[in-house]
Design a protein around this ligand. Structure first.
Ligand SMILES: [Zn+2]
Length: 168
């Protein structure tokens, strides 16, 4: 098991669309283990594979109610709540930066567990927000893409410092 380096805004890998996982062998197991261990170490709510430099459709998310880490491969949104809510959202790839982002209040995902078992999972509130955020990552979409011009202006210095120091 390995704690991996988290890629920050400006790293190319964060902008590339990720590929579906078709083989649930050792490589995928190792990927999920690294994601889980890295998330536990840094103490975030969710982490997508692209954030540790791997463009595969996998993410982990902390379910705080059940106190467990959910591991999902190849997620697909099958239902979106029509009601939305705005909340402050951060990202491990944007340390100390937050944007007010509107997300649906609930979601149902279809996908696979880390061992390749098909699952359907429902989430509301913060966990639903986390799912939308992580699926965005798999498509190369980042929180800054949801931000208003004013917000980007407000965080301008921090953002440019991140981009300047971005490593592959
Ligand atoms: Zn993120």
């Amino acid at each position: 098991m390995t704690v991996r380096r988290i890629r920050k805004y400006g790293a190319e890998v964060l902008r590339k669309p990720s590929k579906s996982i078709s083989d649930f062998g050792k490589k995928t197991q190792d990927l999920f283990r690294d994601l889980e261990e890295t998330l536990e170490k840094v103490g975030g709510l969710g982490l997508a594979a692209s954030q540790i430099g791997v463009n595969m459709r996998a993410f982990v998310a902390l379910d705080r109610e059940k106190e467990k880490i959910i591991k999902i491969a190849n997620p697909e949104i099958v239902f979106t709540d029509s009601e939305t809510e705005i909340d402050m959202e951060g990202c491990l790839s944007f340390p100390e930066i937050f944007f007010a982002i509107s997300r649906p209040k609930g979601v149902v995902l279809k996908g696979y567990t880390n061992s390749g078992k098909a699952i359907t999972i429902e989430a509301r509130g913060i966990l639903a927000r986390c799912f939308f955020h992580e699926i965005d990552h798999l498509d190369g979409v980042l929180i800054i893409d949801h931000a208003s011009r004013q917000e980007k202006e407000f965080w301008k210095e921090k953002i440019s410092r991140l981009a300047l120091h971005a490593k592959k």
